[in-house]
Write a protein that binds this ligand. Structure first.
Ligand code: ADP
Ligand code: MG
Length: 349
């Protein structure tokens, strides 16, 4: 049945486009925190301070000591599909967390965003967005790096606001994402402060030493000494994929899959293929109701894995999934068998 009313095709304006995209990128305070902390990491920060009020609903402030943004670039940082990280010619070869140039315009569309920044050799400057419109850049005092502040998330979209959980639950989600990023970046210091109580919720100072030492120390801070003491060092290769990290002995297993942290090229991922492989690796070592604990980092040439699957970027697609699965299963089984062998020779010897 064809309607009498002839449909009209219209180009949506920028603010509508940004609000639609924001729905994909920013689900809750923790996703805003993730985007802003990833920007700080991409900027080469060595210390990142995250301040959050009311579970992130009223305030998220990320302060970093990274490369900063020049005053004349501040408006560009807020515009859609503007990024300093790729030039668009090689979408298969991405080495940074960000690349879409979507986070800041999306955040500006769903909250009150301001950026204060100072690049080396430049004056400090600030830009604010209100009602979807960027105000003119103003001079601002700052020693170095960037402060991104997002207030009143979802104030303009009450429907979204209603779906948020309690402040406590949102704060937990924020803490979880910070911990994941802190695992992936042991040389970077992280501090998470709850502005309401002025309490430091999480703190990890920058680690030193080689990557394994730094990671071990960082995992001890985040997952606890007991994990660190029971963790096997993992260092395995299969074709062009490498896996490093720590996996706990079966005796340190959990009743739920709460201590499984997987990363691909430094990004925290939640991927069924990879968690399935982790479970399979421990199959002979654990009863069905127990779950392994591990923090594993798979690294490969970015052309071998597509991180472009979803804007929130927690899913990945390997060019050859069987190699990824094989790497995890055989790498972990080997480490577990060796540990078992060591344990039994110690006992008998
Ligand atoms: P993307 O990270 O995909 O490039 P964003 O919208 O998150 O897109 O950021 C846009 C641009 O703003 C970045 O490419 C970067 O040049 C700049 N930028 C954002 N946050 C920071 C920061 N904390 N330090 C330095 N530059 C930043
Ligand atoms: Mg970004």
């Amino acid at each position: 049945k064809i309607s009498d009313v002839r449909p009209v095709i219209r180009q949506l304006d920028d603010s509508a486009v940004n609000r639609i995209a924001a729905g994909e990128v920013v689900e809750r305070p923790a996703s805003a925190v993730k985007e802003l902390v990833e920007n700080a990491l991409d900027a080469g920060a060595t210390r990142i301070e995250i301040t959050v009020a009311d579970g992130g609903k009223t305030l998220i402030r990320i302060k970093d000591d990274g490369c900063g943004i020049a005053p004349e670039d501040l408006p560009l940082a807020l515009s859609r599909h503007a990024t300093s990280k790729i030039d668009g010619s090689d979408l298969l070869n991405i080495h940074t967390f960000g690349f879409r140039g979507e986070a800041l315009p999306s955040l500006a569309a769903v909250g009150r965003l301001s950026l204060t920044s100072r690049a080396p050799g430049q004056e400090g400057a600030e830009i604010r967005v209100s009602g979807g419109q960027a105000e003119p850049v103003r001079p601002a005092a700052l020693n170095r790096g960037t402060v991104a502040e997002l207030r009143d998330l979802f104030y303009a979209t009450p429907a979204r606001l209603k779906f948020l959980r309690t402040d406590r639950a949102e704060m937990q989600a924020v803490t979880d994402i910070i911990k994941r990023l802190a695992m992936a970046e042991p040389f970077v210091g992280f501090t998470l402060i709850d502005a309401g109580s002025d309490r430091t919720v999480f703190r990890a100072d920058p680690e030193s030493g080689d990557l394994f030492d730094a990671l071990h120390a960082r995992l001890s801070t985040i997952l606890g000494k007991e994990f660190a003491e029971n963790a096997l060092r993992i260092d395995a290769t299969r074709e062009d994929l490498h896996m490093t990290g720590y996996a706990a002995l079966p005796t340190y297993s959990r009743g739920a899959a709460v201590a499984q942290f997987l990363f691909v090229n430094g990004r925290p991922v939640k991927d069924k293929l990879l968690t399935g492989a982790l479970r399979a690796a421990y199959f002979d070592f654990l009863s069905r109701d127990r779950h392994p604990a591990a923090a594993l980092f798979i690294d490969c040439d970015p052309v071998l894995v597509d991180v472009n699957v979803h804007p929130a970027k927690s899913e990945v697609r390997f060019r050859d999934p069987a190699i990824a699965r094989g790497l995890i299963v055989s790498g972990l089984r080997h480490a577990l068998a060796e540990a078992g062998h060591r344990a039994s020779t110690t006992v008998s010897g």
